[in-house]
Design a protein around this ligand. Structure first.
Ligand SMILES: Nc1ncnc2c1ncn2[C@@H]1O[C@H](COP(=O)(O)OP(=O)(O)OP(=O)(O)O)[C@@H](O)[C@H]1O
Ligand SMILES: [Mg+2]
Length: 453
């Protein structure tokens, strides 16, 4: 994969500052950034709307009219200090305002406060008006300060800051809460990736949310991987064990054949036993290969004739062709010839090894499937073993101490499933067992990738 910073064609990558990377690299920080942006935009919009509304609420003209009114009243009383004082006292008490009068040179003339309120200069007036006489000459200025609501811009800014601080803290908390489940899931996935396959996401903390769904999917995936790895380990252990015994026997037989005391017939017998062991090893490796081909979905489907396939399997197993019980007409199927031959070989091999030989290999058309069944001359399969014989590594009482991993019928079942069929076993009324599998006539298994062009 190419690094976004490497030298290559196309426009050069945009340079981002370290702060940008810090803020944008984690979901939690990104959410916090988004919340902050929303808060700022909301604040701007709110102040804009408030400004527009206050403009439209007729407040400014009313204020101007009030200033004119106050200026006119004080202009009438300006010439007489007693009248000025009376008017200031009336305004202060009736309107609960501090009143400050200044002359034309800005010198204080009078300070008046409502009764019970200390007099003080009017630093931040709620209203201020020039007092002008009839000829337009400025006599002075009248200032009015609110007594009950001394709410300055400093306090407003402080309140605003406090509100923004609380909202930002909450935004941080919400962003953390929203991002935490994802952090949990990342930790679990990383642990699974590092080989701790028993790690699981805690579902109760994620509930029914999308995170809960993701946690469930991750847990299912981890459980499947854990089961598969355990099965692979079990298979490896079983196969290693199954290969060691015949190999040890082959070595012993070769030493026997090589020994100077051994006569020709003993050597021939040893070599023929080596051959038998090699056939067993070959069968085991064949089963493993077939199994891994299905693991990798490497199934090569071609058109086949079921009767012809059964005949070839009998010949390969060294069984008389008279055992073939099939209709005269061709039975076309679509499937993987090697896998189907392996499945038939396993059934025939079982009949030979566990059941005193093959009685018949039956091939029948059954609606949309073709059935292959092997009847044998044995004592049958104990009823309590029948539900288990298709499980991997299961070996029944008929196997005795004979070599084998217990994989043959499990493989038959997988091969049947990969050809949209199934496998079964039953005891025959007249003695012996009947073990078989079916294959869909036009096999098209969903989920299995065909290697056919
Ligand atoms: N025709 C049969 N008659 C009686 N028992 C059978 C027959 N076929 C299978 N079984 C029983 O089913 C068990 C499972 O068979 P499977 O083919 O899976 O394993 P296996 O033959 O023991 O070993 P492998 O096939 O790996 O060499 C056998 O061990 C045997 O007990
Ligand atoms: Mg077998």
């Amino acid at each position: 994969m190419r690094d976004s910073t490497d030298d290559g064609c196309g426009p050069p990558p945009r340079r981002r500052s370290a702060v940008w990377w810090f803020l944008a690299s984690r979901l939690q920080r990104r959410l916090f950034l988004a919340f902050s942006a929303v808060i700022v935009v909301t604040g701007l919009v709110a102040s804009l709307v408030t400004g527009v509304l206050s403009e439209q609420s007729n407040w400014r003209p009313r204020r101007t009219r009030m200033e004119h009114f106050a200026g006119a009243r004080f202009a009438e009383a300006w010439a007489t200090p007693e009248a000025r004082l009376r008017l200031a006292a009336v305004v202060a008490n009736d309107l609960r305002l501090r009143v400050e009068l200044r002359d034309s040179a800005e010198r204080p003339l009078l300070l008046q406060a409502p009764e019970g309120v200390a007099t003080a200069p009017c630093e931040r007036p709620t209203l201020r008006t020039r007092v002008v006489d009839a000829r337009g000459v400025t006599l002075g200025e009248a200032r009015f300060c609110d007594v009950d609501h001394p709410w300055g811009p400093g306090r407003t800014a402080l309140l605003l800051l406090a509100v923004i601080g609380v909202i930002w803290k909450m935004a941080g908390g919400i962003a953390r809460r929203m991002a935490r489940p994802l952090d949990d899931l990342v930790t679990v996935v990383r642990d699974i990736g590092e080989g701790r396959l028993d790690r699981r996401a805690r579902l109760q903390t994620h509930g029914h949310s999308e995170f809960g769904l993701l946690a469930r999917v991750i847990n299912d995936m981890a459980a499947r991987i854990e089961a598969q790895v355990a099965a692979q380990r079990e298979l490896l252990a079983a196969v290693s064990h199954e290969l060691r015994s015949p190999l040890a026997r082959v070595r012993f037989l070769l030493e026997t054949a090589r020994s100077e005391e051994a006569d020709v017939s003993a050597r021939v017998a040893a070599i023929s036993e080596v051959e038998d062991e090699l056939v067993g090893i070959d069968a085991l490796v064949g089963d493993l290969l077939a199994s891994s081909r299905m693991d990798f979905h490497a199934i090569q489907r071609i058109g086949l004739d079921a009767t012809d396939l059964a005949g070839r399997a009998l010949t390969k197993a060294g069984v008389d062709l008279a055992a073939l019980d099939a209709p005269d007409e061709a039975l076309p199927i679509v499937g993987d010839a090697t896998l189907l031959m392996t499945a038939l070989g396993n059934l025939l091999g079982n009949a030979e090894r566990h059941a005193a030989g093959v009685r018949a290999l039956r091939v029948r058309r059954d609606s949309a499937t073709v059935r292959f069944e092997v009847d044998d001359h044995g004592a049958g399969i104990p009823e309590d073993e029948i539900p288990h014989i298709f499980e991997p590594f299961y070996r029944g009482s008929a196997a005795g101490r004979r070599a084998g991993a217990g994989l043959g019928l499990a493989l038959v079942q997988r091969i049947a499933a990969s050809h949209s069929g199934k496998a079964w076993a039953a005891n025959l009324p007249g003695g012996g067992a009947c073990v078989g599998f079916s294959v869909a006539c036009e096999s098209a298994t969903p989920g299995v990738v065909s290697a056919d062009p």
